[in-house]
Design a protein around this ligand. Sequence first.
Ligand code: PMP
Length: 381
Amino acid sequence: MTDQLMIPGPVELHPDVQSVLGEPQRGHLDPIFVSRFGASLKALRTVVGSPSAWPFLVSGSGTLALEMAGANFILPGEPVLVVSTGFFGERMAAILTRLGAAVTVLRAEPGGAPTPEEVDSALAARAYKAITITHVDTSTGVRTPLESYAKVAKARGALVIVDAVCSLGAEALEQDKWGLDVVASASQKALGAPPGLAVLTVSQRALEIRKSRKEPPTTMFGDILEWLPIMEGCESGTPRYYATPAVNAISALSVSLAHILAEGMPARVARHKHLAEALRHGLDALGLTYLPKSPALRAHTMSAVYYPAGKGPELVGAIAARGVTVAGGLLADLRQRYFRIGHMANFSASDIISTVAAVELALGATGGVAATSAALRNVKP
Ligand code: PMP
């Protein structure tokens, strides 16, 4: 028996997703693959809530999606405000700095997030071309108030670029309603597929910005205008070659996206919320506390949990010895003080109970599982 994988990505795969990975290899022009690719692009529009956005699936990972967002929409020298709520905000700032952007970082204390008013006053200081926002920072477990940030950014005319690597497919996110120009993500987290894909959905406004550039971005692989005909061709059943797509990862993603649409995004968002809350009822009962400074900032896809007094990183090993794999800390200064539990995509009430049980046993405590089960009584199976 393999251990239960409860890290913040990659996630456990649904058996239907797993079985597509075991198929004989298909070519990139194979009609079944092309129809899966096209269906994935259509499904992504539903997942992000934008019938008009252009989805891109490119071999790579979330970091490539972030880099593509920077390379296509920001010119060297243009000012960008990066809202940083942890490691991945800092990564976005580093990517943009390498691309030559004039980067200003609005930083929160670990576990905090700036208020929308603070974001607004930071934006007021300069005519920023764009703002970047990490929806859920996987290093802190903080979920930012994305809708409110986007509102103030729109009012100031900044392009809104979102790192949704640890949120897309599980947290509420409405690309059109909230005015998000670029949503960057990856296949291996709440989208429920294996690693291997950078995922981008680009608004018409952002696409026009790229089209109106005089010089193309220096990255050829990451240029969305090179990829656009490929995406269009797959959607219309007339595939073309640019660079070999990750055939197996896209096939697997297509199956997971079909499951996501069958569950429905509102139900999926609600499931993640209920199960995250049930997990935290159990952890509360064990006396554990969280890195996010307030309950409203706690993500529904993962939890960043302080080790209790007298415990440290060895707890991760003790939890693993009870059959559940969780992750250690990631923020440089606090790495030794907390651990992280991923809870996204294919997981259920029983996964939450067994995770709390493993933590409870590793701590030699009692009461966590009972509190989680009590919280789960109100959740539909
Ligand atoms: N942003 C966030 C919020 C992430 O969680 C991650 C991955 N943990 C990344 C960006 C980078 O994605 P990848 O590891 O797929 O390159």
